[in-house]
Design a protein around this ligand. Structure first.
Ligand code: HAM
Length: 431
């Protein structure tokens, strides 16, 4: 049976939980990328591009077998050659794999890298939770100092500051090293021993497989049961305690807004010592715009030498949605953008060369070369919100002139085509 138009239309859609980023959103994405890339470079991070897939094992071992990401959310597949690959659910494990494979431990340490790209998690889609989403990440590998934790937090903070975000807050905690965490896990087990039957079904399972995750369950009844649980901070060994206090001391000095959250453990298993999440208010609730922390055991776990490391990833889709709600005007409306209206065959051909002259002088040109009507083209120019339209008709082309029209005032001026670039630059105040 042939499909009805309605059925066809229903099928023409992006995969569930994935979305298009349309041209109207691009100025916001560009602004984010420019600010984030410039800040990362200014603080000595260098860009790395890793493959979008890795061997599944990199994530199973790296992120942790008992995490939601590995357990439920990975897009994994067997290739025709028989390899087991996974679309990356996060960037850190791939960057660590690249660090090991490219012998970066022989480079000056720490190796400071940044990346940007799509990640894939088979989650239940909801507002600001996608199955394909973009992250911008910073990783510093090969330095145990708390100063590097602070540098990661500081650069993240500056990115939000430069974008004009006002109510950013870092929730921060330390989950210690494997030695002191082992002591704390015993405390958790004994605390929940008599309460485990009252836990939600997910936490009942976590009690057996990953008890630390009992701390950050969002279920009200589990949060109630959590009352009275001793804080991890009281179980830290002297080295972890000292590390955390140095981090907090520097954050105080830099006036980075933060709150201690003793229940923050993060959903990935590789963390040690400092963990943090970057929160803001969106609508009635707080959302996480980024998160990160130290992962001193991951390089060794994935087959490298023992190297301490720390990093962060920012969720770009969420950042853009808050950014757009914050400002009613798109950032960086290109001041140097004009619309070229052409009428007649000769003008159409000439338009190609004029566009090229303008482009070489840093002026972006919009046009609708297949259109003929002056009215339609001016309407498009209006919709594109350009300041100037250039009108090239048969008469102008014959005489070597062109009309510059100010779209706001409607005032028009005729100039010689060979004087066009300086005239436009003057009008757009580019000189
Ligand atoms: P994460 O907390 O899983 O950390 O992700 C970081 C950020 O990515 C989140 O705070 C959120 O803004 C965004 N994000 C995560 N999942 C989704 C989703 N389904 N839809 C939209 N946005 C999402 C990591 O990925 C670690 N690799 C961070 C890190 C780097 N730790 C050390 N270095």
């Amino acid at each position: 049976m042939p499909k009805t138009t309605k059925e066809i239309k229903r099928n023409v859609q992006a995969p569930k939980g994935m979305h298009d980023i349309l041209p109207r959103d691009i100025p916001w994405w560009r602004k984010f990328e420019t600010v984030a890339n410039d800040l990362a470079e200014a603080y000595g991070f260098r860009k790395i591009i890793t493959p979008i897939t890795e061997e599944t094992d990199i994530f199973s071992r790296g992120v942790g077998l008992e995490t939601d990401i590995v357990n439920k959310e990975m897009y994994s597949f067997k290739t025709k050659g028989g390899d087991f690959l996974t679309l990356r659910p996060e960037g850190t494990a791939g960057v660590v794999r690249a660090y090991i494979e490219n012998n970066m431990s022989t480079w000056p340490q720490p190796v400071k890298l940044y990346y940007c790209g799509p990640m894939f998690r088979h989650e239940n889609p909801q507002k600001d939770r996608y199955r394909q989403f973009f992250q911008f990440g910073l990783e510093a590998i090969g330095d145990p100092s708390p100063v590097i934790d602070v540098e990661i937090i500081w650069v993240s903070y500056l990115i939000f500051n430069s974008l004009g975000f006002k109510d950013i807050n870092f929730e921060i905690n330390s989950i210690g090293c494997p030695a002191c965490r082992a002591d704390y896990l015993k405390i958790i087990k004994s605390f929940y021993k008599t309460k485990q039957n009252k836990l939600c079904s997910v936490c009942k399972e976590r009690f057996k497989t990953n008890p630390l995750r009992l701390l950050d369950c969002k279920e009200a009844k589990c949060q109630e049961l959590r009352q009275g649980l001793p804080s991890m901070l009281d179980s830290l060994c002297p080295e972890c305690h000292d590390h955390f206090h140095q981090v907090l001391d520097m954050l105080d000095y830099l006036q980075v807004p933060y709150t201690l959250n003793p229940y923050l453990v993060r959903g990935l298993d590789y963390y040690t010592k400092t963990v943090f999440e970057i929160k803001t208010i969106s609508g009635d609730s707080a959302i996480s715009l980024g998160g990160g922390g130290r992962y001193d055991g991951l390089v060794k776990l994935l087959g490298g030498s023992s190297q301490p490391a720390v990093g962060v990833a920012l969720g770009i889709d969420r950042i853009i949605s808050v950014f757009q709600a914050l400002h009613d005007k798109e950032p960086n409306i290109k001041k140097n953008r004009v619309y070229l209206v052409q009428i007649g065959e000769a003008a159409k051909k000439r338009a190609f060369l004029l566009t090229e002259d303008l482009r070489k002088s840093g002026i972006s040109v919009y046009s609708s070369l297949s259109k003929d009507s002056l009215r339609n083209q001016l309407k498009t120019a209006d919709r594109e919100k350009v300041k100037l339209a250039l009108i090239l008709g048969q008469e102008e082309e014959r005489e070597g002139t062109i009309i510059i029209r100010d779209m706001e005032s409607g005032i028009q001026e005729v100039v010689m085509q060979d004087k066009l670039v300086p005239s436009i630059k003057k009008k757009l105040a580019l000189e």
